[in-house]
Ligand binder design. Structure first.
Ligand SMILES: [Zn+2]
Length: 463
């Protein structure tokens, strides 16, 4: 007697990431509709009749990877001629003034769509099935998240989309940013058919006054939505808060009643130990972006101490390198050299930072992050072309960090639907989509080269 299921993955090394962190050699995953109905050892075909069977060919079968923090519009700047035109920024603040804010004032809904399309394609191709994006586009606020949602849906992965609310130009724009998030949350978050959800995003505590903080908190409470904010990425954030409020950013957030288990603090590079203890006390999470921190030369957050305190840490790409395997490897290496201690971070620690930890951070640990009966069927199959040593239950975490790249991801399943098979995306015409994105990028770069300018007035953000 066999049960009927929609999809059966067989002949895989199943890295479940369940509570016992079970790894099943020669295992199967049975999926029916959008859910995982069984995980076990053996072929699975003796138990299940499947509409479709995927032979993993001894590849690694694991939960879809998740990115804790990104800016998909960062993809549009890759190798842009703008970098050759400007004076190279010497610090984090100039990086915003000369690059990010020079770009974001020019962004249109078409650009946002293109960013979400190419971003989602790059994610599928490296095994990422869920992410938390934050877009800044002060001259195209209303409706921009719908343009992005359209692109993410065309690819078919999950995502959390948010608009970066900031008072760097005016309080009025800050409120409009928060309202765009509220609109999108109302539209999507209670609709079970939607894979794309909303959240509230504040740019950073040096561009947001108390009033906007409180407004964001109130709306998050009203809808049970996530709150996220760039926190102590550069020293400007710390000094601004000390000068204006007499306290450090995380202390200020605590004083405002902003912190809680629904808050994701992004970066937390400059935090002192007292602040890490505050984060722990409130159960807030940290999105760590090692490659971006290195690129912007802002410093290295104390991730080992966060882990020691029991703070939940997930890995983000911050819109820089979208292959999550590169971000995993960098995270694994950075803290060793920074602390001159090769014992810091195991491969398994890092794999947790792109699976179960991010699921917890997004408040979906009961649905995603592991391969377990009853969970949503977000599953990837990875098979490297030439592994130097056997890939088995004892070596797989080591291979995930030290051997694999995004290009080794063969097959991606989201919500029970096959999005990519043998590296071919099934949901859209990849070549055409990339062509469309490039046409949009060319227009954006033309505007950037002719109209782009440093955004220097932003330091004088209004209260
Ligand atoms: Zn960021």
């Amino acid at each position: 007697m066999t049960d009927k299921v929609s999809l059966l993955i067989k002949n895989g090394l199943v890295v479940t990431m369940d509570k016992e962190r079970r790894i099943i050699p020669n295992g199967y995953v049975a999926i029916d509709g959008d859910k995982i109905v069984d995980v076990g050892k053996g072929d699975g075909t003796d138990k299940y009749r499947a509409e479709e069977v995927i032979d993993a060919e001894k590849g690694v079968v694991m939960p879809g990877l998740m990115c804790a923090h990104t800016h998909l519009y960062g993809a549009l700047l890759r190798a842009s001629p703008w970098f050759a035109k400007i004076e190279p920024p010497t610090d984090f603040m100039q990086n915003l003034q000369r690059i990010w804010w020079a770009l974001d004032v020019l962004l249109t809904h078409e650009d946002a769509y293109a960013a979400a399309l190419i971003g989602s394609i790059m994610y599928v191709k490296s095994g990422v099935t869920n992410f938390f994006d934050n877009i800044s586009a002060p001259n195209s606020i209303e409706g921009i998240l719908d343009s992005m949602e359209k692109a993410v849906n065309e690819v078919g992965i999950r995502g959390i989309l948010s608009f970066e609310a900031t008072q760097r130009r005016s309080m009025e724009e800050g409120v409009r940013g928060v309202k765009e998030n509220e609109r999108f949350i109302k539209k999507n978050n209670n609709d079970p058919t939607k894979l794309v959800k909303g959240a509230i995003y504040l740019h950073a505590s040096f561009t947001v006054g108390d009033e906007l903080f409180l407004m964001a908190r109130e709306i998050a409470n009203k809808y049970g939505a996530l709150l996220a904010i760039h926190t102590e990425e550069g020293l400007v954030d710390v000094y601004h808060n000390i000068e204006r409020y007499g306290i450090r950013p995380i202390e200020r957030m605590e004083k405002l009643g902003f912190l809680g288990p629904d808050v994701i603090l992004v970066h937390v590079v400059q935090a002192i130990d007292d602040e890490l203890k505050i984060i722990k006390k409130h159960g807030a999470h940290v999105a760590h972006n090692a490659m971006s921190n290195m690129l912007n030369a802002v410093g290295v957050p104390n991730v080992p101490r966060m882990m020691e305190l029991g703070i939940n840490v997930g890995i983000g790409d911050d819109g820089y390198i979208f292959d999550i395997f590169e971000n995993m490897r960098t995270t694994y290496l950075l803290h060793k050299v920074w602390n001159l201690d090769p014992r810091i971070l195991t491969p398994q620690d890092v794999v947790e930072m792109v699976t179960v930890n991010v699921a917890k951070m997004f408040g979906v640990e009961n649905e995603l992050g592991s391969i377990e009966k009853g969970k949503k069927a977000d599953v990837i199959i990875i098979k490297p072309e030439a592994p130097p040593t056997p890939v088995n239950e004892n070596t797989v975490y080591g291979h995930l960090i030290n051997t694999f790249t995004g290009r080794d991801v063969r097959t991606v399943i989201v919500n029970g639907r096959i999005i990519m098979k043998d590296r071919k995306i099934l949901t859209l015409d990849e070549e055409k989509a990339i062509e469309k994105v490039h046409r949009t990028v060319e227009k954006l770069w033309d505007r950037l080269m002719s109209e782009g300018k440093y955004q220097l007035d932003v330091l004088e953000f209004k209260k």
